[in-house]
Design a protein around this ligand. Structure first.
Ligand code: NIG
Ligand code: FE
Length: 392
């Protein structure tokens, strides 16, 4: 195949190919495998012994290859950090969404160049850890100008941009939340929509109630944006049922779920995106990911990289936590971090190693995906291909 690369000597290949997933093998594993990359796409997948010829050949010497991670929830458009808030939290101060306003002030004061540099640094950090698709939210601007420029900059890094004007009520509207919702669903949405694919809201006590979240999501839908939602992070609430009712692609956090929530998620097919780094960094209880999978709910895991509740960009760390703290098997956690994220973003070109998919691959310096959870904190990512190009 011309312009093609044969990746061979793959000790273990995670495919997530529905035709290969069987019984206990939820990852569609292939051993002694090879992959042919042609241009931006995967052209062939199968046993190394029967691989076709290609222009170039890379032997990975028995190591494991996975689909690139799909991080479907990240807040990268911000300035400054909140290390002092984190230190205070570890000393006993509980997490509260109010800290978001600290980052809003820093973000508004930053130049476009500073915001782009910070986001770029984090996207590079993610790529080095195997993330080849990332969603980026606004939500620290909370004015027409600052939300629109956050999304315009985010668009330089990913097509998966999310308008989160409804993160918290902007400080100048503290006394009139209804007027802020009117701003978000009116002029702010109009300025943001050309730069966004998604709309999101933080449906939580202290942020937006379910009626306000519904108004935001419906206005977004009318402007051509698909919906996703933050819900049940700090306590149980009606946001998960709203997400299921509206058929959103994903509802994220899901830290406190009721039986009705779980039932509604299974019926709607809305992806429950678990963010274990948040529970780690806020000392909240981990949701029962095992129970969600057993109930037939679609599950993704994502980083939620943000300066407040969880400042890690690492999908390997999220995988390790999902295994240790949420009851997922390593294969289920890898699937949630790849195919699960793809579903949460309504993407069928990423999250799988199958012919025709985008050639987004991660090479581990390890013989199997299990090492991602077995060797937490160790930088195991030895190579990354994004759309067919070696980038790490
Ligand atoms: O997903 N939940 C709301 N938003 C972020 C936290 C933002 C912050 O604390 O700055 C989250 O956890
Ligand atoms: Fe978030």
């Amino acid at each position: 195949m011309s312009g093609s690369t044969l990746l061979t000597g793959i000790g273990e290949l995670v495919t997530n190919d529905p035709d290969r997933v069987a019984g206990d093998d939820t990852a569609g594993l292939l051993h002694d495998a090879a992959v042919v990359i042609a241009g931006e796409r995967i052209a062939w997948v199968g046993p190394a012994a029967s691989a076709p010829d290609a222009d170039a050949r890379v032997d990975v010497a028995g190591r494991a290859v996975l689909p690139g991670f799909v991080d479907s929830h990240a807040h990268l458009m911000f300035a400054g950090d909140r290390a002092a808030e984190f230190a205070a939290r570890m000393a006993g101060t509980p997490y509260a969404a109010g800290g978001i306003r600290t980052t809003v002030a820093a973000t508004r004061a930053a130049t476009d160049e500073q915001l782009a540099a910070n986001a770029g640094r984090l996207v590079t950090e993610m790529l080095r850890q195997g993330t080849t698709t990332v969603e980026i939210k606004s939500g620290y601007g909370l004015s027409v100008r600052d939300e629109a420029r956050s999304l315009a900059i985010a668009r330089q890094f990913t097509p998966e941009t999310t308008f989160l004007g409804a993160h918290v009520v902007a400080p100048e509207y503290a006394d009139d939340p209804a007027a802020y919702v009117d701003l978000v669903t009116g002029p702010m949405l109009e300025a943001a929509a050309p730069h966004a694919r998604w709309i999101d809201a933080f449906c939580e006590r202290g942020a937006f109630d379910v009626d306000q979240a519904r108004a935001v999501l419906e206005a977004g839908a009318a402007a051509g944006l698909r919906g996703r939602l933050h819900a049940s992070q700090l306590g149980p609430g009606a946001g998960v049922l709203l997400a299921a009712e509206l058929g959103l692609a994903a509802v994220d956090h899901c830290t406190y779920l009721t039986d009705d929530d779980v039932h509604a998620l299974r019926e709607s097919g809305t992806v429950a995106t678990l963010l274990p780094g948040v529970e780690f960094s806020t000392r909240q209880p981990y949701p029962d990911g095992r129970a969600l999978l057993d109930a037939g709910v679609r599950v993704a895991i994502a980083s939620d990289c943000n300066p407040g509740s969880c400042f890690t960009s690492s999908m390997p760390f999220a995988i390790a936590l999902a295994v240790r703290e949420m009851g997922l098997t390593p294969a289920e956690a890898v699937r949630a971090a790849t195919l699960g994220g793809a579903r949460a973003l309504d993407r069928d070109d990423v999250g799988r190693v199958v012919p025709g998919a985008r050639a987004d691959l991660v090479l581990l310096d390890a013989p199997s995906h299990v090492h991602l959870a077995y060797r937490p904190g160790v930088p195991l990512v030895a190579g990354v291909w994004q759309a067919g190009r070696p980038v790490v």
